[in-house]
Design a binder for this molecule. Structure first.
Ligand code: AMP
Ligand code: GLY
Length: 427
């Protein structure tokens, strides 16, 4: 069976790698893919992004199933386009993808369905936004309404920063249409976790828990990024917290979407802030919804899946996820991102990459911003590689991943040396 994965990041390399382990998968196409997916045995990159062109390609190649990685094609309606032509695809419709593509939609949805989230107001008028900031004080969080590729959130520690963020988004239009409306919300404290499930419109299948590291530098310093590393499982999500998240967040979200006439299909990622206290009572609030898998969370999560992941997608598109069971490796998986020079502001491209070892059962180097130029590998994006290892303890997994990180070279490489620190602290 042939499959298509849409996207070009580390998440998509991991999806293609995992799906190729299924004995029933003969070939995986990745659109547009990266230097890693270009060199996979039984993998081919396809230079297409337009939904209609992708649907034509799928029909021409006889591709059985398509999996969507990033949010942009979902917000363009790739799932709607495919379904209208009877093609199997796993992901949310354009309407359902608004949970991610419009922060205002997501906030209003959460309030309507009593899903816990930070208090907020939405603004298009800069003066009203400035007055609200004056009334609320700092710290406070300013978010562009639309998709802004990870650049749309400012956690302002002072009201000066908050006013500047409003001016940048509503005033000079630095984020374009995405920033023409802003959500201003209460700043939440606690520990973040990524809670990702699959849904077929009614049945819910949770993936293993994970935790991302959003800041560029060690000890959570420096600017926000798309994610500098992740691990699974996340100890903060105890069995008690897991049950509460399902009851207080996930089930009401899926039920709410159904009740609103836009049933959710695909991956739903709830970014959570878990406040201090006892597991039975500590606050759990939704920071954001994504309508896709996380990157880099996917890389460690998929390393832990022992079952055939194709079967999970087949149940996902057939509406039978209630019959799907994932066999999880109980060990810890941990991924360290290596990013290019000057990431995240203006990543430098074109540095040559050396020293990547062949994939091993306990360590795989997933590619993101890499490309092949005359047969040689070079950097082509901000986040370049995610070195992902699997071992018996957090400490051992860290050691395995960092041994490989240190063997890889490109000029200006940046990486954190403390991925997994919260889990280590808890052990
Ligand atoms: P988002 O793109 O909504 O995930 O936001 C990016 C990051 O900003 C999150 O992972 C948090 O670290 C931080 N953040 C977003 N909303 C809040 C909030 N209300 N309070 C504190 N931090 C937040
Ligand atoms: N790692 C965060 C995200 O995928 O949105």
């Amino acid at each position: 069976m042939k499959l298509l994965v849409i996207g070009s990041g580390g998440r998509e390399h991991a999806l293609a790698w995992k799906l190729l382990q299924s004995p029933r998968v003969s070939h995986v196409f990745v659109a547009p893919g990266n230097g890693g997916t270009a060199t996979m045995a039984r993998g081919t990159n396809v230079a297409l992004s337009d939904p209609a062109a992708l649907a034509e390609f799928v029909k021409k190649e006889g591709i059985a199933l398509t999996v969507v990685g990033p949010e942009a094609p979902l917000a363009l309606g790739v799932v709607d386009t495919f379904r209208a032509q009877g093609l199997k695809i796993f992901g949310p419709t354009r309407a359902a993808a608004q949970l991610e593509s419009s922060k205002d939609f997501a906030k209003a949805f959460m309030v309507r369905h009593q899903i816990p989230t930070a208090a907020y107001q939405t603004f298009t008028d800069p003066n009203a936004a400035h007055s609200y900031i004056e009334a609320q004080g700092a710290p406070i969080v300013i978010k562009a309404d639309g998709l802004a590729a990870g650049k749309g959130v400012v956690v302002a520690l002072t009201s000066r920063e908050a006013h500047d963020a409003v001016d940048a988004m509503l005033g000079d239009g630095s984020l374009g249409a995405a920033g023409a409306r802003v959500v201003i919300e209460e700043c939440l404290l606690g520990e973040e976790a990524s809670f990702i499930i699959l849904c077929d419109g009614k049945n819910i299948l949770p993936l293993a828990t994970s935790q991302d590291h959003k800041r560029l530098q060690d000890a959570d310093q420096g600017p926000n990024t798309g994610g500098m590393g992740a691990y699974s499982p996340a100890p903060v999500v105890s069995a008690a917290i897991h049950a509460r998240v399902m009851r207080e967040v996930i089930t009401p979200t899926i039920e709410g979407m159904k009740a609103d006439g836009i049933p959710f299909t695909g991956f739903l990622y709830a970014g959570l802030m878990i406040g201090d206290g006892d597991d039975a009572t500590r606050p759990i609030k939704v920071l954001e919804f994504n309508c896709r898998l996380g990157d880099p969370e996917t890389q460690p999560i998929l390393m832990r899946i022992r079952s055939d992941f194709l079967e999970v997608f087949e149940h996902g598109v057939a509406g039978t996820l209630n019959q799907s069971v994932i066999d999880w490796d109980p060990r810890t998986a941990l991924g360290v991102v290596m990013a290019s020079a000057n990431y995240p502001s203006t990543p430098r491209l074109g540095d040559s990459i050396t020293g990547i070892p062949a994939a091993q059962p306990d360590c795989v180097v997933f590619h993101a911003g890499t490309a092949l130029k005359d047969g040689a590998l070079q950097t082509s994006g901000g986040r370049v590689l995610c070195i992902t290892a699997l071992a018996d303890s957090v400490r051992a997994t860290q050691q395995r991943a960092y041994d490989v990180v240190r063997s890889i070279h490109f000029n200006g490489a940046q990486y954190r040396t403390d991925i997994g620190w919260r889990a280590l602290e808890k052990n």
